[in-house]
Design a protein around this ligand. Sequence first.
Ligand code: SAM
Ligand code: SF4
Length: 346
Amino acid sequence: MPISGTEPFAKADSALPLIDPFGRSISYLRVSVTDRCDFRCVYCMSEDMTFLPKADLLTLEELDRLCSAFVDRGVRKLRLTGGEPLVRRGIMTLVASLSRHLRSGALDELTLTTNGSQLAKYAQELAGHGVKRINVSMDTLDPDKFRAITRWGDLGKVLTGIDAAQAAGLKVKINVVALKGENEDEIPALVEWAHGRGMDLTLIEVMPLGDVGEGRLDQYLPLSLVRARLSERFTLTELDHRTGGPARYVRVAETGGKIGFITPLTHNFCESCNRVRLTCTGTLYMCLGQEDAADLRRPLRASESNDLVLAAIDDAIAHKPKGHDFIIDRRHQRPALSRHMSVTGG
Ligand code: SAM
Ligand code: SF4
């Protein structure tokens, strides 16, 4: 679907919460603050990724304005992601300024998803700005495998980053993408390691987003299989705990920790979807698995007041699709969507 944003904007009622046509209340905004990254994970990016010209990016002030417009309209949770959010220059300025919404009580949570490479530098500052929990993506505990999966990442740096985050009092959750033949045998060890350090762990099924230069079927490992294998080793009890997102959770009796399963390919989680995604160029994606998008940069830049942008947000939410339809194109091994996860931030 083409990006909307060429129609004139009606005035929005900034007092109303954002409710989509299917009655879902939009309370969670994920913001990709950069498409750049210091890693090139094999499932996320191709080795020779072309990044956006810097001039196309929203400034930190513009990102703040957009996030704050969503907070005005009832968004209670903001997650900064990317690309790698901590490689965006000046990112702490944005975190510091957004933290005013935590202090005012308008926002329940300001958080981020990171690859951990810069955490040693920023963990303390993040905690100081009211960040309480972060997600760190780490698919293996083997330094060589880590280098292969990220194409050049340094596991030691990430582990030091996790230490720093925990020392700063941040609650850390580990994200692991389940990769056929890469880390599948290591998953129980990753669970024991994470739970042993008081961190929950979420397993993510590979999603067909963007051309990464490798067949998706080579990477795809169904989490139903991973879960069946885990249940041979651990006692798993299903938890009711839902976040409005695609994760289901189990408690592991032996460790006391939780495992989340994000299975967009095998389950439908759309009925309870409470989120939308903003890119670093100001495009709002209403669904991770659909092309529907709205350009918020134009109304943002067209006026110093927020009237236009609030109206554009309303219009976008009125077009949030009911759900997605991910499929891996088995015959041609084409991605279901051409944009990469680093654009919409996962
Ligand atoms: N750079 C940060 C990181 O790696 O955590 C934040 C951005 S990254 C795009 C967000 C999450 O998406 C990570 O947990 C990553 O493993 C996951 N991810 C990236 N590409 C994916 C894909 N094709 N399928 C499933 N998960 C993916
Ligand atoms: Fe970078 Fe995160 Fe994508 Fe890996 S998953 S390449 S760390 S954005």
